[in-house]
Design a protein around this ligand. Structure first.
Ligand code: C5P
Length: 227
């Protein structure tokens, strides 16, 4: 059967990753969480002290880019993808609020995007891939056969993120999460390089009032129609 490229873009914490991951597992495609790559670069920058009161030291980060190696491996027990930064498993560390509140300015840097987009395109060369992010259908894979753009109300997205963190036993404040979700949306939509926007040929999904099972079925139908 012919393999296609599936691009899933949308707002912060709208459940794109869950949908994308579920579909990839069901159809035997590779799944890549492009946001994890921007998060890994952010974690590296935090670890190296590139963030100062004035913001991020772009020259230091630019010089360090060749030393940042990001890869993905499947957890053999859970079959969930894990993100590695220079050989260390950072899957949990990149999901922290600290990384969430520093990632959007890093993702707005042209040289960061250029380096990561190149790697993402390489990963998708053989097709058979589901990638989620903000610019997958517009920049990374403009020729993807199936493009989805996901949205949901900010309040619902913040609640989902809050529930997710709490279920992992982490401390969380709903207000802070809502603020972070709205701030990331604002930066992602207004940045000069590859702003978040729906590709002209993407199918819009507002999943505010859909269960995970309903989203899964919706996406499977779109996939069937695309192949
Ligand atoms: O998808 P996730 O919320 O984990 O992504 C974290 C951040 O990385 C986003 O808020 C956005 O600033 C950035 N991002 C991006 N382009 C992508 C994926 C993520 O700019 N393709």
């Amino acid at each position: 059967m012919k393999k296609i490229t599936i691009a899933i873009d949308g707002y912060s914490s709208c459940g794109k990753s869950t949908m994308a991951k579920n579909l990839a597992r069901e159809i035997g495609y590779i799944y890549i969480d492009s946001g994890a790559m921007y998060r890994a670069v952010t974690l590296y920058s935090l670890q190296k002290g590139f963030f100062t009161e004035k913001g991020i030291e772009t020259e230091a980060l630019k010089a360090a880019m060749p030393d940042i190696h990001i890869s993905f491996r499947l957890n053999p027990e859970t079959q969930r993808p894990m993100t590695f930064l220079n050989g260390t498993n950072v899957e949990e560390a990149i999901r922290s609020m600290e990384v969430s509140s520093h990632v959007s300015p890093v993702a707005a840097l042209g040289f960061v995007r250029e380096a990561l987009v190149k790697q993402q395109q390489e990963m998708g060369k053989a097709k058979g891939i589901v990638m989620d992010g903000r610019d997958i259908g517009t920049v990374v894979f403009p020729d993807a056969e199936l493009k989805i753009f996901v949205t949901a109300s900010a309040a619902i997205r913040a609640q989902r993120r809050y529930d997710e963190l709490r279920s992992k036993g982490q401390e969380a404040s709903y207000e802070k999460i809502l603020e972070n979700v709205e701030e990331r949306d604002r930066i992602d939509q207004t940045r000069e390089v590859s702003p978040l926007r729906q590709a002209d040929d993407a199918i819009l999904l507002d999943n505010s009032h859909m269960s995970i099972a309903e989203q899964k079925q919706w996406l499977t139908e779109k996939f069937q129609a695309a192949i």
